[in-house]
Design a protein around this ligand. Structure first.
Ligand code: AMP
Ligand code: MG
Length: 414
């Protein structure tokens, strides 16, 4: 049985980045940049006011206080998006709004709350220093600076940044096309009422969700029976028309588990069985140069093996270089039984709490706490529904007592 790290190595070393293409920014959420992006100008492009108030010469406010107000003449108004030709000269002020360009001559802004307006003048109750309430040109981003690197996954903030530097079209990696084949004579479509001995094809949808959430697209969604010819036909078609194939079920040692035979016939098997729980019967191989994952049919095993092996493969194909899993450490709230040998992924609800009042400010950080979900069977999908994380019990670990620190993988939202 293969160690999961070694298995992941094999998977990652046998997939490569796909080609790139140009895409409209509005279609780029969840996609991965295939170019470094530089700022075409400073952000912000000009010095501007951070507040509503009055643009002044800081020296004119020296000593100003509630009981020692200063009076300046308001010579113009500068709303955002407008450019006054007036300059601020000693003894004068310009009424200014947040985001408006700083008028010539002014070097500070007095916020409106520290002023009163009186007959064309402004009365100032607070001294400001040079630069107060002014946002400098380029203080966020400097012109020509790389704002986003190749390999960055585009989330909402990245979309905003791309728009801010005028990139309405970006070079991104092509989306992997994924074929999802579910196998099993007991399966009926989700829209059907199962007859005796039948169940609905839930995994088709959890795999669909995982695939889409990973940023890939689904090129084939097919269900076949436990039948060698059907599986062979589906696998050939899948390998021909997609970049990665997932075939679910039929990878164990049961009498009707044909997926390995078919994969060996059409291509080659790189490994079968990984030392993980759930998900041990995972098979991985190729048909031509298409990676093929045979994931176990048990609904939790199916999702876990996707998370651990398929998603990293898809990310590599998409050019995504960020960490695949968000791993934290935290205390476990129950005793956990575990036999050494397999790396187990226990579904858990992990919460983060800030330090208690008394300890705050001492540099202490918040803590993660993982509550294992009692349903640990690999067939119990409700455990995945409830969970937001896996507790990872290493192959060396035995029973883990309540309160011990464990490694936790937080579920990805992308
Ligand atoms: P298998 O991996 O084919 O041996 O299936 C293991 C278990 O998972 C069996 O109880 C199957 O009925 C169940 N199973 C297989 N495929 C699916 C599926 N697509 N949706 C839900 N359950 C499944
Ligand atoms: Mg089966």
């Amino acid at each position: 049985m293969l160690n999961p790290d070694a298995a992941l190595e094999i998977v990652l070393s046998s997939v490569s980045r796909l080609e790139t293409e140009r895409a409209a920014l509005r279609d780029c959420l969840g996609r991965v940049l295939a170019e470094d992006v530089r700022a075409d100008e400073d952000i912000p492009p000009f010095d501007n006011s951070a507040m509503d108030g009055f643009a002044v010469i800081a020296d004119d406010t020296q000593g100003a206080a509630r009981d020692n107000p200063r009076r300046l003449e308001v010579v113009a108004e500068q709303p955002a998006g407008k450019m006054t030709t007036q300059a601020v000269t000693p003894g004068a002020a310009i009424r200014i709004m947040t985001g408006a360009s700083m008028p010539r001559g002014a070097d500070a802004v007095v916020v409106v709350e520290d002023t009163d307006s009186q007959a064309g003048d402004v009365v100032i109750y607070r001294e400001v220093s040079r630069g107060a309430n002014v946002r400098r040109a380029g203080e966020d981003v400097k012109r020509d600076q790389v704002v986003l690197r190749e390999g960055t996954r585009i989330g909402p903030a990245q979309m905003g940044m791309l728009a801010s530097v005028g990139m309405t079209e970006v070079q991104v990696f092509r989306k992997p096309r994924v074929a999802i084949i579910t196998t099993g004579d007991e399966l009926v479509d989700a829209s059907e009422r199962p007859g005796p001995g039948q169940i609905r094809n839930g995994n088709q949808y959890s795999l669909l969700g995982q695939t889409l959430l990973a940023g890939a697209e689904v090129s084939l969604l097919e269900r076949v029976g436990d039948d060698k010819e059907q599986i062979e036909r589906a696998l050939s078609r899948a390998a021909a028309g997609s970049d990665l194939v997932i075939v679910c079920g039929g990878v164990s040692v049961g009498d009707y588990d044909y997926v390995r035979d078919v994969l060996a016939k059409l291509g080659e098997i790189r490994f079968w069985k990984v030392a993980i729980k759930p998900g041990r019967p995972l098979v991985f191989g190729h048909i031509k140069d298409r990676p093929v994952f045979g994931v176990p049919g048990n609904p939790v095993s199916c999702m876990v093996t996707f998370d651990l092996f398929v998603r990293p493969a898809l990310r590599r194909m998409m050019g995504d270089e960020s960490e695949c899993h968000k791993v934290v450490r935290g205390g476990v709230t129950e005793d956990l039984r575990h036999k050494p040998g397999l790396r187990e992924f226990v579904r858990a609800v992990t919460t983060y709490s800030l330090p208690t009042q008394g300890r705050a400010g001492e540099g202490s950080e918040g803590v993660y706490t993982a509550r294992p979900i009692p349903k640990r069977g690999s067939g119990m999908l409700s455990s995945m529904v409830e969970a937001n994380s896996y507790i990872v019990l290493s192959e060396e670990t035995g029973d883990v007592p309540c309160g011990d620190t464990v490694e936790i993988i937080l579920f990805a939202d992308v």
